[in-house]
Design a binder for this molecule. Sequence first.
Ligand code: DNO
Length: 364
Amino acid sequence: MYMTFRWFGRDDPIPLTHIRQIPGVAGVVSALYDVPVGAAWSRERLGRLKGEIEAAGLTFTVVESIPVHEDIKLGRPGRDRLIANYCESVRVMGELGIPVLCYNFMPVFDWMRTDLALPLADGSTALAYDERALAAVDLSRGTGDLPGWATAYGADELGALLAAYRTVDAERLWDNLGYFLERVVPAATDADVHLAIHPDDPPWPIFGLPRIICRGADLERLVTLVDSPANGVTFCTGSLGALPENDLPAMVRRLAAVAKDRIHFAHCRNVRITGERRFQETPHPSAYGGVDLGEVLRALRDVGFTGPMRPDHGRMIWGETGRPGYGLYDRALGATYLQGLWEGLTREAPIDRTTTPFPQNPEY
Ligand code: DNO
C-alpha cells in the first residue's frame, strides 16, 4: 500500500504544497476537469498536470476519473467512437506512466448525498444521505436541486436522458459495461494501466436508474466479465459500507479468491448507517462508524494489496470551508490514521535506519 491524496487541480483550494506536508503521502490522485465528456485527453494537457504535480515533489499515481459518456452506458450507436477516444486517453496515461484509472459506470449521476453539512455533536459537519429527502427532489426542473457537484443538466436534457434509460435495466447496463470493457481492457493492458471501477454510491438504484456495482457479487462479476489483470476495482469502503449486508473484509478476501490482485485502488472512509437507506459519514477511525477499517486493511494486507490508497471524504473541522467532503484537515487525519493501521499490520521488527531512509522527504 502507498498513500495518496485527491487533488482537484488548480481550482482546488488546497495547494499541492499542503498535500506534500501530510506525512507519508507520496501520490496524487487527479484529473483533467475541463475536457468535455467523451473527448480524448491530450498528452500535452495531461503531461502538464503531471509536471505540476512532480514540481511539488509528488507523483501522479491515479487518474480519477475519465468520465464515461452516457451514450456508452446507454449502448447507443455512437459509442464506438467514444470508446475509441477513451482508449486514446488510456494510452496517453500509459505513455506518461500514470498506472491507475478510477472510473465509474453509474447512469447520469455520480455519488449522491442529500445533505452536505450535517452538524455532528462535536461541532464538525459531514455529508449525509436520506432516501426520503432524495424522494422529495424534483428532477423535472433539471439538476438544480441537487448537491453542487452533480453534473449540471437542464430540465429538457435530463428528461431526455432519464427517458432513454427506461429501456436500460440492470442486465442491459451490464451488457453495455461488458462491451466497453472488451474494448478498453486491451488498450489498458497495452498501456500498462490498471482500470479500477468505483462502486456505486450509494450502492442502490436512485431515481429509478439502475446501479450495478453495489455488492461483493457485483465486484466478482466485474472482474470475470473480461478476465484480465488490467480489469479491476476501486475498493471504496464508504460506498460499499452503506449497505448493511456488505461484509467488507469478507468481500476483499472473496474477490481475491475469485481473481488475484484485482483491487487496484482503495478509498478508505467510514460511514454510519442511521436507518433504512439513510447514512452519514463519520471520522475515519473504526469506532465512529460501521466500517471496521482495521479489519478491511487486515484483509487488504492478507491478499497482498500493494496499490494506492487514499483517505476518502472527510468532515469539515477546525472552521475549514471548501469542497464538501474534500477539505484538507480531516482527510489528512484519515491519511495518518490509515498509515498507522497499516504500519501496525505490516511491521514486525524495528525500522532499520541503515537500510530504510525516511520516506520521500530525505531532507528531514
Ligand atoms: C466521490 C468519488 C467519486 C469517484 C467517481 C469515480 O467522492 O469517490 O466521485 O471519483 O465515482 O469515477
